[in-house]
Design a protein around this ligand. Structure first.
Ligand SMILES: Cc1cc2nc3c(=O)[nH]c(=O)nc-3n(C[C@H](O)[C@H](O)[C@H](O)COP(=O)(O)O)c2cc1C
Length: 224
């Protein structure tokens, strides 16, 4: 049965997606292991070609985060431990476990693992926790793989930083997606029904000065 536009807009899943936002700052209230399991049971229901379940998650709590901090510094050729992992009480490492398959290439398996991470982020957000997916230059380095005990066929997709969501002190800037810019029809494709096929949306050209390019490069080095 088809839904009307208004019932689509009222859908709880859509409302949750529109509400979701990343929290760069979180407090020390982490979900318990049991709470996490309940949410993972939902997130793991992503579409999954051949039901390969090509993913696993690693919970990093307490001192685990310091071990990650040491691995991050080692990967960067530095001594000591980066304090970045201490920004949240719980980090969830998202791992794609790639297996050989005639039917399901590696990229499809990574897409499944990525889907789990997005669904879990949404589920945690809806459960009232703050979440931010973070990566960085060291994500796929040997030192970091070793710290997580990854095997050869496993690829890290980064970490969900999870904690309590503090009250926001500043009003949030609205974040909206202009859906029409992202949906088009095939070149030369048949038009069907009464709808006109929209032209392929063109990406807005952005003037990038040398200075802003430099600033961007420096920001991306700091990310993580
Ligand atoms: C795979 C992946 C890696 C990311 N890595 C970082 C990161 O290292 N640092 C960062 O500030 N944001 C990172 N982000 C973006 C944030 O998680 C977040 O989506 C962004 O700040 C926008 O906020 P919003 O999700 O509320 O729209 C990453 C997102 C994804 C999907």
């Amino acid at each position: 049965m088809h839904s009307s536009a208004s019932s689509v807009e009222a859908s709880p899943a859509l409302q949750a997606m529109l509400r979701r936002r990343s929290s760069s700052k979180v407090d020390d209230t982490a979900p318990t292991h049991e709470e996490l399991l309940a949410l993972v049971a939902g997130a793991g229901r992503v579409a999954d070609h051949s039901s390969m379940r090509p993913w696993r998650l690693i919970e990093l709590r307490g001192d685990d985060r310091e071990r990650l901090g040491r691995a991050l510094n080692k990967a960067a050729g530095e001594k000591g431990a980066s304090t970045k992992p201490m920004r949240a009480p719980l980090l969830i490492a998202v791992v794609a476990t790639i297996r050989k398959s005639e039917k399901v290439p590696a990229w499809e398996q990574e897409a499944v693992a990525s889907g789990v991470a997005h669904m879990l982020s949404l589920a945690l957000d809806e459960a009232g926790y703050g979440v931010m997916w973070r990566t960085g230059h060291a994500t796929r380095t040997k030192a970091v793989a070793k710290a997580h005990g990854l095997e050869k066929h496993e690829r890290l997709l980064g970490w969900l930083y999870v904690g309590g969501r503090p009250e926001r002190t500043r009003p949030e800037r609205p974040r909206t997606i202009e859906a029409e810019r992202f949906v088009s029809r095939m070149p030369g494709g048949e038009r069907s029904g009464s709808e006109d096929a929209p032209e392929r949306p063109r990406a807005k050209k952005q003037k990038t000065s040398k200075k802003s390019k430099k600033q961007k490069a420096s920001k991306s080095r700091k990310d993580g």
